[in-house]
Design a protein around this ligand. Structure first.
Ligand SMILES: *Cc1c(COP(=O)(O)O)cnc(C)c1O
Length: 464
């Protein structure tokens, strides 16, 4: 989480009787301090009011087109989550049914992602894709170090420059060299041959993303694997592939059943997804799966017997809420394949239709069209010179819409884009309202003398 600094103590403000003096416990005339622990308790309604009032200043999550994370669930899901929020996921022995629902979710995902032998696949829930990616990266690193004498060798991981920040974290935290294939011209994600060319005997694996957080495009997984097959034929190097399916892992199986990206490809050893993105569950839950137990070195798996059970676990955290896992199982049961397909199809339809209408305005150039992930990126058209994407982002915020603007990674730092993430709950109706707002802003933007604020700002509210 954000690395925060402390703050000097500040006195409270006077408060009127509606807040404070009527408080039977605190009997206060001053608001409680905000940067030191208050000396005494407050009545629950007073404390609630303070917290509630401050949170009014947060944005409206449903209008947040920056995030991939679920912002709407059914009341039944919320009820189940409330029923489970006192259950610690790690206490497998105390809460055997919650543990069983987690196991079933892993089995369902192994089947969904075409594990050749679903009974041999292994997997676990995590707090999100970031933790899942750390686990997958650790398994890669351990397999590499066990395969030969690596004394003095420095491991590396090959990926596109468009990877989500969790892969840079993995490389920094676990001291692995991040070998990134830069963007080139109109190619905004991993190039198969360039990836294979970066591999050597110290490459622990290649990461391919389904799909890219920068523009929603799917990386060419099958082609990456084919380039690595050719590499193996030439050199004998057998490089495993991890698929970061944070978003696409729960989109492609339903909308692109013929796209081969998962365990159908023998070189794919592990896959992650965020249950809290297109898995349609509130944050935070993710999933990590390995094709079979040989892909996950046994010494990374812990068996903790002091909780009463002896179930194997693979995780960075110890305690974790059980509610999200239960909500994932509920959503799997509630929607089934057909339900997921219908939800994701509507979301993709909203994305493709909104993208094409934005393209038709004339002020913008689309980089992607929302037809892979229901996400698209666009920039200002070549002859649009008086405003830029940062101006558009700032003006949309005045209407409550959060649409991030940001620059691309090496070698396309010259390119700045806006990105719209369509999610369940962003309906065709809301998309119409969004377009109306954008159209109303355009005359003012076109009348600007030049882009404002540049180049002070590099990004607004970019969420991976
Ligand atoms: C969101 C995302 C992540 C990180 O996932 P969290 O669930 O937010 O931890 C990793 N990779 C990709 C491609 C993502 O889109």
């Amino acid at each position: 989480m954000t690395l925060h600094k402390g703050a000097p103590a500040r006195p409270g403000h006077p408060v009127n009787p509606f807040y404070g003096e009527a408080d039977p416990i605190g009997g206060m005339t001053e608001s409680p301090p905000r940067h030191t622990l208050p000396d005494g308790p407050l009545a629950p309604h007073t404390a609630y009011q303070y917290v509630h009032d401050e949170l009014m200043l947060d944005g409206n999550a449903r209008l947040n087109l920056a995030t991939f994370v679920t912002t709407w669930m059914e009341p039944q899901a919320s009820a189940l989550m409330a029923e489970c929020r006192d259950k610690n996921m790690i206490d497998k022995d105390e809460y055997p049914r919650t543990a069983e629902l987690e196991r079933r979710c892993v089995a369902m995902l192994a089947d969904l992602w075409h594990a050749p032998d679903p009974a041999a696949a292994v997997g676990c829930s995590t707090t999100g894709s970031s933790e899942a990616c750390m686990l997958a990266g650790m398994a890669f690193k351990r397999r590499w170090s066990r395969a030969a004498d690596r004394t003095g060798a420095r491991p590396n991981l090959v990926m596109g420059a468009n990877v989500q920040v969790c892969w840079e974290k993995f490389c920094t935290f676990w001291e692995v060299e991040a070998r990134q294939v830069p963007m080139e011209g109109d190619r905004y994600h991993l190039d198969p041959q360039a990836a294979a060319d970066l591999c050597d005997e110290n490459t622990i694996g290649v990461v391919a993303i389904l799909g890219s957080t920068f523009d929603g495009s799917y990386e060419p997984v099958a082609e990456v694997c084919a380039a690595l097959d050719a590499l193996q034929e030439r050199t004998g190097l057998d490089i495993p592939v991890h698929i970061d399916g944070a978003s696409g892992g729960m989109v492609a199986p339903f909308l692109d059943p013929d796209l081969t990206w998962d365990f159908r490809i023998p070189r794919v050893s592990s896959i992650n997804t965020s249950g809290h993105k297109y898995g349609l569950v509130y944050p935070g839950v993710g999933w990590a799966l390995w094709r079979d137990a040989t892909m996950l070195p046994e010494e990374l798996v812990f068996r903790v017997n002091y909780l009463g059970g002896d179930l194997p676990t693979f995780a960075l955290n110890f305690s974790r809420p059980g509610a999200q896992v239960v909500a994932q199982y509920y959503t799997f049961l509630r929607l089934g394949r057909e339900g997921y397909r219908a939800v994701q199809q509507v979301t993709r339809d909203v994305a493709t239709s909104l993208a094409s209408r934005i393209g038709a305005l004339g002020d913008f150039t689309l980089l992607t069209h929302g037809d892979e992930l229901p996400v698209f990126a666009f920039t200002t058209a070549p002859d649009t010179t008086v405003f830029d994407v940062f101006d558009v982002s700032r003006r949309l915020k005045e209407r409550g819409w959060l649409v991030p603007a940001y620059t691309f990674p090496p070698h396309r730092e010259d390119l700045s884009v806006l990105r719209v993430v369509c999610r369940n709950g962003f309906s065709h109706d809301l998309a119409d309202l969004f377009l109306d707002d954008l159209e109303q802003l355009l005359p003012e933007l076109r009348a600007q003398p030049c882009p404002l604020q540049r180049p002070a700002r590099k990004a607004t509210a970019f969420h991976h």
